[in-house]
Design a protein around this ligand. Structure first.
Ligand code: PHE
Ligand code: ZN
Length: 882
């Protein structure tokens, strides 16, 4: 194939789930010897290889490589020449069934801007091997179903690398007497190459310990750069709580004598579960009240738990191939969600998780990159670390807990761990173990693994004629029957035009209008395209509360009037349902306003005002929950409800409503701000709730009375003893055009100069701001001396905040699209993985009105025309253009 420019057009390699074959060769043991240096690290690898009886018999051993070359190859200790390169892979011809292979490679970690493989960060050496980074260190069958026992030796300059860490247990260490020293580590647990890790550098540890339920004393250490150790207390507390929780709830115990965490500032993702040596992005470790918000504290607790929980769901039982990614990620996200729910407010945690799902996963599921939680094919696996695999994956497993109840579900997970310990398993193995252990039939339920797309369930509710012939339980209650008729449909997604029906468990309650009480919560399980359920004992049509607790990840179209929603927002005893009623009330209003179908704007607005007023007045409500109920539905979720929209109109309507609520309820906002401002700082739920409401009150006041808001925000900023208050105040100031804005931004920058994580906030606040000049500010910030393209946190702080800022990104004329396309092109050669994360913002063009859609497409085409794109960006861009 050739294109017009005469360049050969290479069709991308697509990897299919159906093509899985067991590995030809296994590697039961590997020894790695690193001679460490920041720009020339020598790696000597020794692999014990053995033909896999389950593979097809071949004398060719294929070892994956990426951007490395073999300096020497030996077989059974002898120099060996019978090898060749096939693309990036090393292929060795072998005479027998078992051999020792020796390979030497040379790496320049300081030139590794992709942050995959062995790289230098801030003078540290560290590795990131998931998914396919190990092949950038040495040649290896770099696939998760090849499990090996690792022995690691490393030596290096004592001053540069005083701390030398790897997986498992430290076994020996010594001084070479020439300014260098060495250490050896051994990990007794066989693991895939993606779980290998090594870290070397100047680090200090916060140490503690944990005794497991069977009496093993585990040494815990969190390693950070000198000066940061004070900010690791919360992470350590979270780690210890996670270890205890996994024993108590899932019966999982830690299995090594040491557990180490290292925090690094250059990291593509959040954190990594390497066996016994988790590597973290600093933002998920470092916290103190002055520099971290309440949200940061929660995120740290969640991510520390997540990585720790991977020790069982991911490491002890790993994935057979990358199509099974949700096996470890969906399950582990569910586990960390359950943990956080148990640690704090369960309803608030549920609301936050659903908000993320709707803001990120729902749009993914309705866009060009939609895929099932277990994808069928990929070009670049890094593109599949998605909200679908992670968050929808968690929702799918959560539905199993709804169907079975937690206790039975846990019998299923125990069986899963027992059956597959030490193995590389599949999603099917997991489902089967839950079926057997929990006693569920999940035959049709498996459609959730096969099909992409968010199901839409529409409901019709009727009151049966008087004295109907009711059957079963409904008859014993007497009165009249209420029938719910539910229909499920799922829109086509790429490659899946027709969908089979899903199993959809819905928790419902029917509220009696007279008594304001419901008849007990019921679980209905929808399995057909259309299905009816009847409930007895009613005298009039009840108010329907459905998908309580968000029992299924679906969109509901229910016959609930505005009045009903106001009622539920006030009285529903399920806090999630209460939140949901509030959201739906506002969603209907805003979607109607944008689509031009809103009939009684004044009345609808007044209903929202009354409901919100009631929330502000409700003294029985805790402030943490109140804070949630006050948050308006996000723009991305609103856009989901419209076939095609002008995002700036969504923005304008949403801001308009905010302003109106700010004005109408002004006295209540002022009173709220006064009340919660008097609550002293602590990490207790009451105090955190107070801070959440404090910022919410300022936000509404900011929309309604900028002068009053600026005055209050400045006072809040000046008096702040903690980052939550300071950031909240600065956010509001940032959105306003007032003299206090510049002063506060300058103060914030100088106050926290040198603290990378806080300076990230400084970039983010400005880029994500409602301020009409946000685009101008972003362009200037891209030239700021503190901005750099090589630190992913900094890139995300500026540019993701901008891409998610609808009024700036979608501003008339398409400049926002051009800026993001420019960024992708500039970032791609530096870090393709992070660059590809920006493509979905442009990829949503089909949901945007035609004029802008054309501009978005044009930018995607401009990117696609670049001949040397990374595989990451190439895949996302070409799929987004289809
Ligand atoms: N496996 C990591 C987690 O979810 C995420 C990750 C993926 C980190 C790839 C780095 C690279 O916990
Ligand atoms: Zn994970």
């Amino acid at each position: 194939m050739n294109d017009l420019s005469g360049q050969p057009v290479v069709a991308p390699t697509v990897i299919h789930r159906a093509d899985y074959r067991p590995p030809q060769w296994l590697v039961p043991e590997i020894a790695l010897d690193f001679a460490l240096s920041l720009n020339a690290t020598k790696v000597q690898a020794t692999l014990k290889v053995a033909k896999n009886p389950a593979g097809t018999d071949t004398s060719l051993l294929r070892l994956n490589g990426d951007a490395i070359e073999p300096k020497s190859v030996t077989v059974d200790g002898q120099a060996h020449n019978d090898w060749h390169m096939d693309g990036a892979d090393l292929v060795i011809e072998l005479p027998g069934d078992t051999h020792d292979i020796g390979i030497e490679t040379l790496i320049d970690p300081s030139a590794n801007t992709q942050l995959s493989g062995l790289y230098a960060s801030n003078g540290l050496l560290c590795t990131q091997c998931e998914a396919e980074g190990f092949r950038r260190i040495t040649f290896f069958p770099d696939r998760p179903d090849v499990l090996s026992v690792y022995s690691v030796r490393m030596s290096g300059d004592k001053a540069l690398f005083p701390v030398l860490l790897s997986n498992g247990n430290p076994t020996a260490a010594g001084d070479n007497g020439d300014g260098t020293h060495w250490a050896e580590w051994h990990d007794p647990w066989p693991k895939p190459s993606y779980l290998f890790a090594l870290v070397a550098g100047e680090l200090v540890a916060n140490r503690d310990n944990f005794t497991t339920k069977s009496g093993r004393k585990v040494n815990l250490a969190i390693y950070v750069r000198p000066g940061d150790e004070e900010r690791t207390t919360h992470a350590m507390r979270s780690l210890i709580a996670s270890m205890k929780w996994d024993e108590d709830v899932y019966g999982r115990e830690y299995d090594l004598d040491d557990f180490n965490i290292v925090a690094v500032s250059d990291f593509n993702a959040g954190a990594m579960e390497n066996k016994g040596l988790n590597v973290f992005n600093t933002r998920y470790i470092l916290a103190d009240p002055e520099t971290a918000t309440d949200g940061d504290y929660d995120a740290i607790e969640g991510v520390v738990a997540h990585e720790y929980f991977h020790n069982w769901s991911g490491n002890r039982v790993t994935c057979r191939d990358w199509f099974q990614l949700s096996l470890k990620e969906g399950f582990t996200v569910l586990r960390d969600q359950q943990f956080s729910a148990d640690r704090g407010s369960a309803p608030v945690k549920r609301i936050e998780d659903v908000r993320i799902l709707r803001a990120v996963q729902f749009p993914e599921d309705s866009g060009p990159l939609a895929h099932p939680i277990r994808p069928d094919s990929y070009q670049e696996i890094s593109n599949f670390y998605t909200a679908t695999v992670y968050n929808k994956g968690a929702e799918v497993i959560r539905m199993m807990t709804v169907l079975a109840g937690l206790e039975r579900f846990l019998k299923g997970t125990t069986l899963y761990f027992d059956r597959h310990d030490g193995e590389a398993a599949t999603c099917e193995d997991f489902v089967k173990a839950i079926e057997d252990g929990a006693g569920l039939d999940l035959k049709q339920f498996r459609n959730w693994y096969e099909q992409a797309g968010t199901p839409r369930v529409s409901v019709v509710m009727t009151l049966d004629a008087a004295n109907p012939t009711l059957e079963g339980e409904a008859a014993t209650l007497g009165g009249r029957g209420v029938t719910l008729t539910l229909k499920q449909t799922t829109a086509p997604t790429p490659g899946q035009p027709d969908k089979k029906p899903f199993v959809i468990p819905l928790r419902i309650a029917l509220f009696d209008r007279e008594t304001g009480k419901h008849h007990g919560e019921e679980l209905i399980v929808l399995t057909e395209p259309e299905q009816s359920f009847t409930f007895g004992g009613f005298t009039s049509l009840p108010v329907l509360s459905i998908n309580r607790g968000f029992s299924a990840p679906v969109e509901i179209v229910a016959p609930v009037t505005t009045e009903d929603l106001v009622f539920l927002a006030r009285h529903d005893d399920d806090p999630f349902a209460r939140y949901e009623a509030m959201q739906q009330l506002i969603v209907r209003h805003l979607v109607g306003a944008v689509a031009g179908t809103l009939e009684k704007r004044e009345e609808s607005q007044a209903a929202i005002g009354a409901a919100m007023g009631a929330i502000l007045d409700d003294t029985a409500l805790d402030d943490l929950m109140r804070g949630e109920l006050l948050i308006l539905p996000g723009e991305a979720y609103l856009a989901e409800q419209l076939t095609r929209a002008d995002p700036t109109r969504i923005f304008a309507e949403r801001e308009g409503l905010k302003r109106w609520l700010g004005e109408t309820l002004k006295d209540k906002w002022l009173a709220l701000h006064d009340r919660v401002s008097a609550v002293p700082y602590s990490l207790a739920a009451e105090a955190r709730g107070a801070r959440k409401c404090k910022t919410q009150a300022l936000v509404y006041l900011g929309a309604a009375d900028p002068a009053e808001a600026a005055r209050r925000a400045k006072a809040q900023y000046d008096a702040a003893t903690n980052m939550t208050d300071r950031q909240g105040a600065l956010m509001v100031l940032c959105s306003l055009e007032c003299p206090e804005r510049e002063a506060a931004l300058a103060d914030f920058h100088s106050r926290f100069a040198g603290n990378m994580l806080v300076i990230d906030k400084w970039f983010s606040l400005q880029a994500g701001s409602l301020n009409p000049k946000a685009t101008e500010h972003v362009k200037a910030l891209a030239e700021h001396p503190d901005f750099t393209m090589t630190n992913p946190n900094r890139v995300r702080a500026l540019w993701m905040a901008f891409a998610a800022n609808a009024q700036a990104f979608h501003r008339e004329g398409g400049e926002g699209y051009r800026l993001i396309a420019d960024l992708i092109l500039k970032l791609d050669p530096i870090n393709g993985n992070v660059a590809a994360r920006f493509v979905p913002y442009l990829g949503r063009w089909k949901k945007v009105e035609e004029g802008r859609a054309a501009l978005m497409r044009a930018e995607l085409e401009r990117i696609a025309a670049e001949p040397t794109l990374s595989r990451d960006v190439r895949e996302q861009v070409s799929k987004s253009l289809e």
